[in-house]
Write a new protein. Structure first.
Length: 303
């Protein structure tokens, strides 16, 4: 790279300004990761309480798995929920998630009929993959914005389930990791079959005496199931957002290192050009002094 000291100085100033922007984005991403991880941690105790409540209701209830799902006389209907990203600097965040969803859904005996896509970018990729056009949903930009989103999904899920439009629902999202920074995970959200029921029936109670469910187990069971679904979806969304910001943080760290390398290179070039300029000025001064000295000496000899 070549150029005058003025040009290099402008480039250095621009790189430093960009470095400041990158540092701000790093701080924002780190702060976002922290809030989403704390949100997931805060739900752990509540999730544990819900699981114990479900265990008690299922132990005391004569309901079979069909009572917490919906039967349909038609072919089995499958739905999917994908939590993607609409922000940049996240690499192949959406593509990796879609690959997981496509491979999982392709292995099912029935094609997916309805999809909820959180994020326009993942929605566009879903259409390109030949899957049904998804219900578009906006990606939350804070912890407080997650709850309304999950509420909307639950309302639409319940409506589809009641009308027999869906019997199975699968959930896909990216889960935070260390290396790699995230990995796609999937789980079957619905129906609540015998395997799901057995998991809670075998859940150990922390004391010797089981509590009694007042005013019947069915209302309590339905309420607990709704809360259980809410927690699962909330955790999936928060983990997806934490993964997204972890990917962005890693991108900003790489960008910061690249900017620092460029700054060091520009600084070396600037100092070299500056030193060459100083050496040139000194050479001109010395040359002028020597020429002046010779002229004075010659003039003195003629007198």
């Amino acid at each position: 790279m070549s150029g005058s000291t003025q040009t290099l100085s402008r480039k250095i100033d621009g790189a430093r300004d960009l470095q400041g922007v990158v540092r701000s984005m790093k701080a924002l991403a780190a702060s976002s990761i922290d809030q989403y991880e704390k949100a997931v941690e805060a739900l752990e105790e509540y999730s544990r309480a819900l699981q114990l409540g479900l265990s008690v209701c299922l132990r005391q209830s004569a309901l079979r798995p069909r009572s917490v799902g919906t039967r349909s006389r038609g072919p089995r209907a499958i739905g999917a929920i994908l939590f993607g990203s609409d922000q940049g600097l996240v690499g192949r965040f959406n593509e990796v998630l879609l690959d997981c969803a496509v491979s999982t859904l392709a292995a099912l005996p029935v094609k997916v009929s309805r999809i909820w896509a959180v994020g326009e970018r993942i929605g566009a990729l879903i259409v390109e993959a030949g899957l049904p056009t998804p219900n578009p949903l906006s990606v939350p930009n804070s912890v407080d914005a997650i709850t309304p989103l999950i509420g909307q999904i639950l309302i639409e899920l319940e409506a589809a389930r009641v009308h027999g439009e869906l019997l199975e629902v699968y959930l896909f999202h990216n889960h935070p990791g260390s290396a790699p920074l995230y990995q796609p995970v999937s789980q079957r959200l619905l129906p609540f079959d015998a395997l799901w029921q057995r998991k809670f029936l075998e859940l150990p109670w922390p004391t010797r005496n089981l509590p009694q469910v007042m005013e019947g187990t069915e209302p309590a069971l339905q309420d607990l199931i709704r809360e259980y679904l809410f927690v699962l979806l909330f955790q999936a969304c928060a983990e997806s957002l934490a993964s997204e910001n972890a990917s962005r943080l890693a991108s900003m760290q790489r960008a910061e290192k690249n900017i620092q390398d460029i700054l060091e290179q520009l600084s070396r070039q600037f100092h070299r050009l500056r030193q060459e300029s100083i050496d040139e000025e000194l050479f001109e001064v010395i040359s002028g002094y020597e020429a002046l000295s010779r002229g004075v000496a010659h003039g003195g000899g003629r007198r």
